[in-house]
Design a protein around this ligand. Structure first.
Ligand SMILES: [Zn+2]
Length: 322
């Protein structure tokens, strides 16, 4: 099939990978996935127009749902009580957060300007706000933004594509973009705009699924982060590096931060397919959010992240000197 040249390496040769469908919400439609033989970029082709794609973001899409996580304990006494009441959760916190540094984030001082692109219901920003940062949110989901505005009117939110919402140039100390790029057809446009609005000494933190991972090799078309058709592109560690550099960024730090969620999700997809049943993953929070199961997955997460073949790539970027 004739596909337009790859947006990362300009190669014109693509191999057919799989037929995919929406395994998260079971919305109708079959989609073909292709892989660039030059850089490994995976894409859904033919691409859906914005209006068609928006049908695949139902109101219960998980980043739009109200977050109800409890604030982590701070004092020693609080930590002790927490450990006694929630031993598995406390162990996971110790292993995933402390040992693997999964929640390690950019340092944001008092008054730092922080933008979260794809902020959903604002869970990232609420935490930054509690540290005294000046917070800004951007998303295409109007309802989630309205909920955030009602909850915390001081957080400035702008609805629409980043390049249409007109933030000031050289404005932000920190920009967070967690699981956003893979949803955007014109990723260069997004990166160019992010580069324009971040300060010269500011930083970008980007998390994105990584197809150069053990779990993609294991699960193939059942790999949860393919998330057909919402993920227009599926990247991998090497082509991400190339794309960031080509868009004028310098890589400060790169690693993988796989947890347990997507492996559990992928197992759900395999089981659903074997039994030819619809098993809506998000309604089984007791399984995918089970602290015992997370604990069981820790050795796997530890090894794949150590070898940088985890299923989520994390990059810290700053503007490269021109
Ligand atoms: Zn390519």
């Amino acid at each position: 099939m004739r596909i337009e040249p790859c947006k990362i390496c300009a190669n014109q040769d693509f191999e057919y990978l799989y037929q995919g469908c929406d395994r998260l919400h079971y919305l109708p439609g079959e989609f073909k996935l292709y892989r660039c033989s030059g850089c490994g970029l995976i894409l859904v082709y033919p691409q859906l127009r914005d209006q068609e794609l928006s049908k695949y973001y139902p109101q219960d899409y998980y980043s739009y749902e109200n977050s109800h996580r409890v604030a982590p304990p701070r004092s020693l006494k609080e930590k002790l009580v927490y450990f006694l009441l929630h031993p598995f959760q406390a162990l996971n916190c110790l292993f995933y957060s402390k040992l693997l540094g999964q929640n390690r984030d950019l340092k944001c001082g008092l008054g730092s300007r922080v933008l979260d692109i794809g902020c959903g219901d604002g869970r990232y920003l609420l935490e930054k706000r509690s540290l005294g940062c000046q917070c800004f949110g951007n998303d295409i989901g109007e309802k989630a933004l309205n909920r955030l505005r009602e909850k915390v009117p001081e957080i400035e939110t702008r609805c629409g594509n980043l390049w249409d919402v007109d933030f000031s140039q050289n404005f932000f100390d920190v920009i967070n973009m967690s699981h956003v790029i893979e949803h955007v057809r014109d990723m260069d446009k997004l990166l160019i705009e992010a580069r324009r609005i971040v300060k010269d000494d500011g930083l970008l933190r980007i998390q994105v699924p990584n197809a150069a991972s053990v779990s993609f090799a294991i699960f193939g078309k059942f790999w949860m982060p393919l998330d057909v058709p919402r993920h227009v592109y599926t990247f991998s560690f090497p082509n991400l590096k190339r794309m960031f550099r080509d868009n004028g960024f310098e890589i400060v730090h790169a690693r993988t931060v796989e947890g347990s969620f997507s492996v559990i999700g992928s197992i759900f997809y395999v089981v659903a397919s074997l039994f030819k049943k619809e098993i809506p993953l998000m309604r089984h929070e007791r399984i995918w959010d089970s602290e015992i199961i997370k604990l069981l997955f820790f050795p796997y997460a530890f090894v794949v992240n150590l070898l940088r073949v985890g299923d989520t790539a994390e990059f810290i970027l700053r503007k490269a000197a021109k």
